[in-house]
Design a protein around this ligand. Structure first.
Ligand code: F0G
Length: 462
């Protein structure tokens, strides 16, 4: 494999850690990735850009050229943009360091048009960046390739995460590819079987803890302080650097013309922070001349960011006891809330919440486009409807929805929805009757030609 160097004329970025609260700079990070002075989160910064700013035109052409390369680092939709990622120093623990990265060829996800959802929302230029088309079926892979690579190069044998399912699936896969052992902490009974099965298949030591996601994360932070285990949650700033490429790739797919809005689901708020950081860096480097507004949508039952913004103007986190069937974002105490508040303010974005019924409806509407996503991703379409109603999104604007996870991540939700069981026994049962026209329950028939033809005729009339 060719070494991880850039083409002539573009410096690969070297980096430092910066505390988002006290601004303290450091060359190394504690195992819990918290600031050693004030305890807040760290981010990665590239001081060299101040002295030698990479040339935007040069970057665009190098990134374009790499699409013709056969080298794994160039094929990866993350490492292709490596000038905006932390540089890999020679690793003392690797005998033959040829700049190898742990990659499953992540990124390179499609930007789809959504003509039917465009009609429903009244926003004709509506696109979906489908991160569910990543190797393990979610956006997590884009961050994991970077953070797992750094874990390996730092000489760790074990990596670990707390998860609502997707992070654990992704971590387990990248750990396995890199020859690392992985430890997964998930809330018992609150993640989908698909995600759990991925972690098992990829060989993780999987612990179902009798707590929620927030409890799992608290425990993990304690663990990494006393055990030689590398933390792979999105508190780890290397994760966010990889997840920045979602924004780079989307805007490249739009011919470097930024959309007016990017709308993303909010859980632990790592992804929104990463996308926002990418947008700000792209503007700083002259890759775009104006910022899209980045908006975050939460489930009503897991609306910590929304309440933080409304009740404290973003000054103090309002934690909630999270409850939603969109289990990926069932998080009440989001770690990256300050980063998210910052990028919302910097890009002029909004934060909205959507109900369980609105999520189910939006998910069925996206599915009817032949695309499909998991429930957490569908909050974006549900949120867009509200933002259009409020006049925040204008009909003539271009909107990109970030679909974070694949439809197959949570088949139970989809099947219960179509069978009409999703809201049975809940306070939403009566109201969910309005969703009936979207339901396509499986039909059990005698195995006769006549029965099938009658069903076909009935469907044709409906
Ligand atoms: N969508 C999906 C499908 C997710 O899995 C997650 C988070 C989010 C949205 C929210 O992203 O946390 O960066 O704001 N899943 C994490 C996990 C927490 O453990 O898989 P966020």
């Amino acid at each position: 494999m060719p070494p991880l160097t850039s083409s002539e004329g573009v410096q690969q970025a070297d980096f430092r850690f910066r505390c988002i609260q006290c601004g303290g700079l450091s060359d190394s990070a504690r195992p819990d990735f918290c600031c050693s002075h004030c305890g807040d989160l760290l981010e990665i910064t590239y001081p060299r850009w101040k002295e030698a700013r990479p040339d935007a035109g040069n970057l665009k052409s190098i990134w374009g050229e790499r699409r013709l390369s056969l080298s794994p680092v160039d094929i990866s939709g993350v490492w292709r943009f490596r000038e905006l990622l932390p540089a890999l120093d020679p690793a003392p623990n690797l005998a033959h360091d040829d700049g190898q990265v742990i990659t499953l060829r992540e990124g390179n996800t499609p930007l789809y048009e959504l003509p039917q959802c465009a009609r429903i929302t009244g926003v004709p230029r509506l696109l979906a960046k489908h991160q569910g088309m990543n190797p393990t079926g979610s956006f997590k892979d884009c961050g994991m390739t970077v953070a797992a690579t750094f874990a390996q190069r730092a000489g760790f044998r074990w990596v670990a995460c707390a998860s609502t399912g997707n992070t654990s699936a992704s971590m387990a896969a990248y750990a396995a590819r890199g020859g690392l052992r992985s430890l997964v902490l998930v809330p018992e009974g609150k993640i989908s079987w698909s995600k759990l099965s991925q972690a098992l298949d990829y060989g993780a030591v999987t612990c179902q803890l009798r707590t929620d996601f927030d409890g799992c994360l608290r425990l993990l932070q304690e663990l990494v302080r006393i055990a030689p285990v590398y933390q792979l949650n999105s508190i780890n700033p290397f994760r966010l650097e990889g997840q920045k490429t979602l924004a780079l790739e989307s805007i490249e797919q739009l011919g470097w013309q930024p959309p007016d809005h990017i709308i993303v689901p909010g859980g632990n708020l790592g992804n929104s922070s990463a996308i926002g950081k990418a947008l700000l860096e792209m503007r700083e480097l002259g890759l775009i001349s104006r910022l899209p507004r980045l908006s975050v949508i939460q489930a009503e039952g897991a609306n910590a960011l929304l309440r933080t913004l409304r009740e404290t103007a973003g000054k103090r986190l309002v934690s909630v006891q999270a409850e939603t069937r969109a289990t990926a974002i069932r998080i009440g105490n989001p770690a990256s809330w300050k980063k998210a508040v910052h990028v919302l303010e910097a890009t002029g974005g909004a934060c909205e919440q959507v109900s369980e019924i609105e999520i189910a409806q939006a998910k069925a509407e996206i599915g009817a486009e032949g695309i499909g996503c998991e429930p957490a991703s569908a909050v974006t379409l549900a949120g867009l409807k509200k933002l259009v109603k409020q006049g925040f999104v204008k009909r003539e604007e271009t909107v990109v929805l970030v679909l974070t996870g694949n439809l197959l991540k949570d088949p139970d939700f989809t099947i219960e929805f179509h069978r009409g069981d999703l809201f049975k026994g809940s306070a939403d049962e009566a109201a969910s009757g309005a969703l009936k026209p979207l339901r396509r329950a499986p039909i059990v028939l005698d195995a006769t030609l006549d029965a099938v033809i009658r069903t076909l005729e009935q469907a044709e009339r409906s």
